[in-house]
Design a protein around this ligand. Structure first.
Ligand code: CA
Length: 615
């Protein structure tokens, strides 16, 4: 470029900047699409006294109205996008006293669905939950960001350790090899907080991937690459709260955007209040409106602009990145009517999608309340089909460490499932041994490999959708009573220079390979077994510390034996005849051994058998 031209370009650029004197600081959603099923779109514009400007859109017929609210720095444009509208850029202009002050071009993109997008997940899937800061560091250059307050410090268990999106992309073959089919990633959105940002639940920008993980484009790339490998991606979504450093906290759209108290007021975390017929208003208000933590203000989803903002935000990410499912954080803490509307609007747009709700409750009926279409006393339906099964998680964590009694030991598993009638669809429960918020199962079972195998065999063959917490397959340890960061340690081998690499078979010790292969063997088998995904479950009351159940459909029948005794047991099978009769032999897919006599089955101490029955 010649010097003269360069000078002209510089002058032109300056003029453009001056004429566009930047009133608009933020636009949300940043863009949208044509041909959505719901024609409505509400655009938030944020800027100094923006409500004092005359706002025009070149395609004026799309504009339903402009809402001004309490804070003059916000306006909301309500649009209705006709079904036949082609992709376009809307010219949104700000005028004052007849003078054009600023113009932005708002893009309405054409929807492009690539292969496998929004496909949902179900009982045929197995979820792998990973914490992105702690899984693998694929790019050491983004460990800290000049724009983000907290810098990397791998020495601090509760600090940022540098894991990122590239690290997940780099290890997709590991996940494929393990045999899981879906990856639930803890939140990746910006958390520009002072500390504890690694867990991701204090979001400071709902439209932006945290730069320490990568960027929006890279997230999309992650989803595409996962789909190429036939892995599904589940996004972790938070509606209940944001981070204290969220950009809107300095200039709230309205007083009621968040729940405010004269002094810091924490939630009582008693989600039972929602369904409790005797709950006091005091307790109810604390649960619903109290803050999740000092750094996590409670969002008021009853505010319709906030509610719209959050609903559109979820739809934006589904459409933009092509994700397959959402895990909703802290489901009972958000306004339940808003949550139901949020889920409905997502399903209206993406019928094959799957939403999983975190309903962290200790008891079964109050867990079931949060599942779609449960027969609830108040006819409430969350529209969320899949629910975390914490009661079963509790039972699993206790059952294998106790002697059986009427209600304890193996009876715990039996009694949880015996109450499945309260669910609209008990098959739609997430079955997990541990997750990022609880003591790791290997620690909880006092590092007993046999107990762990029993738990895994149960998890992968009972009803529901199994979810594996990263590192459980390589015996990672961590107790909830220690720092939370210690339940979320770095996956060995995920960082350049790690002395041990557990992503590789040769880097795992004997015990780690034993459990990795135990998982892998059952997971690989499970993939092609509809009888385990959706088959009927028939179980028998545990006797002598042994729990026996069957998964069966028209074509197949699988017998599962969990022997929780410290000695080998010979099981007389007469009482199972209603299922067993007609079958003459079987193959135990764990030991690969053939059983030729089904009248008496010998099962090793503290071990499981998964027997494919043959006629
Ligand atoms: Ca990094």
């Amino acid at each position: 470029m010649k010097i003269k031209e360069t000078i002209l370009v510089i002058i032109f650029t300056c003029v453009t900047l001056i004429s566009n004197s930047q009133v608009i600081n933020r636009v949300a959603p940043p863009f949208w699409w044509t041909e959505m099923k719901n024609p409505e779109l509400q655009i938030m514009l944020y800027g100094d006294n923006i409500s004092e400007y005359n706002i025009q859109i070149d395609k004026n017929e799309l504009l339903v109205g402009i809402d001004k609210i309490e804070n003059p720095n916000y306006v909301f444009l309500n649009l209705s996008i006709p079904k036949n509208l082609q992709a376009t850029k809307l010219k949104i202009s700000l005028e004052k006293d007849g003078e054009l002050i600023e113009t932005i071009h708002y893009e309405l993109k054409k929807r492009i669905k690539s292969k496998n997008q929004h496909q949902g997940f179900d009982n045929s899937d197995v979820v792998y939950l990973l914490m992105p800061d702690r899984f693998s560091n694929g790019n050491v250059n983004n460990d800290s960001s000049p724009d983000m307050r907290e810098k990397v410090n791998r020495e601090n268990p509760d600090g940022r350790h540098g894991g990122d999106i590239q690290g997940i992309i780099n290890h997709m073959d590991y996940l494929k090899n393990l045999g899981v089919t879906s990856v639930w990633i803890n939140p990746l959105l910006e958390n520009n907080q002072e500390k504890y940002t690694y867990h991701g639940y204090a979001i400071t920008d709902f439209y932006k991937i945290d730069p320490r993980y990568g960027n929006n484009e890279q997230y999309k790339e992650l989803v595409n690459k996962a789909h190429q490998k036939e892995l599904k991606i589940i996004k972790d979504v938070v509606l209940n709260h944001c981070g204290i450093n969220h950009w809107w906290m300095d200039d709230l759209p309205s007083e009621d955007w968040i729940h405010q108290f004269p002094e810091f007021t924490r939630s009582n975390f008693r989600s039972s209040v929602i369904t409790d017929p005797y709950a006091s208003e005091y307790d109810f208000n604390l649960q619903q409106n109290g803050w999740f933590d000092v750094n996590m203000p409670d969002l008021n989803q009853k505010n319709e602009y906030l509610s719209n903002y959050l609903i559109q935000n979820s739809i934006w990410w589904i459409e933009y990145a092509g994700i397959d499912g959402i895990r909703l954080d802290t489901q009972p803490y958000s306004d339940k009517d808003m949550v139901a509307e949020w889920a409905k609007k997502i399903y209206d747009e993406y019928p094959d999608f799957t939403i999983l709700g975190e309903a962290w409750l200790q008891k079964i009926p109050i867990t079931a309340y949060w599942q779609k279409s449960s027969s609830n006393f108040d006819d409430y339906s969350s529209n969320i089909p899949v629910i975390t099964d914490f009661p079963l998680f509790n039972a699993i964590n206790q059952a294998f460490s106790e002697e059986q009694s009427w209600t304890e030991g193996m009876s715990r598993l039996y009694y949880v499932l015996a109450q499945d009638f309260v669910y609209e669809k008990a098959m739609n429960t997430l079955v997990f041994l541990d997750n990022h918020d609880v003591t790791r199962i290997y620690s909880s079972l006092n590092k007993d490999l046999n107990k762990l195998k029993l738990a895994i065999a149960f998890q992968l063959t009972t009803r529901g959708i199994p979810s594996v917490y990263y590192g459980t397959e390589i015996l990672m340890e961590g107790y909830a009573h220690e720092a939370h960061g210690k339940m979320r340690k770095d996956f060995p081998g995920g960082w350049p220079g790690d002395k041990i690499n557990c992503f590789d078979e040769t880097g795992r010790n004997i015990d780690q390979n034993e459990i990795f292969n135990y998982y892998k063997n059952i997971l690989d088998w499970r993939k092609s077994k509809p009888v385990i995904h959706t088959g009927n479950l028939t179980h028998f009351v545990p006797e002598n510390n042994i729990y026996v159940y069957f998964r069966h459909n028209e074509n197949d029948c699988v017998m599962i034996i969990l022997n929780n005794n410290e000695s080998e047991q010979v099981i007389e099978t007469g009482r199972f005849n209603e299922i067993l009769s007609g079958y003459t032999s079987g193959i135990d897919i764990i030991s690969k051994s053939e059983l030729k006599n089904l009248n008496k089955i010998s099962c090793g101490k503290k071990s499981a058998m998964i027997i494919e029955l043959r006629k």
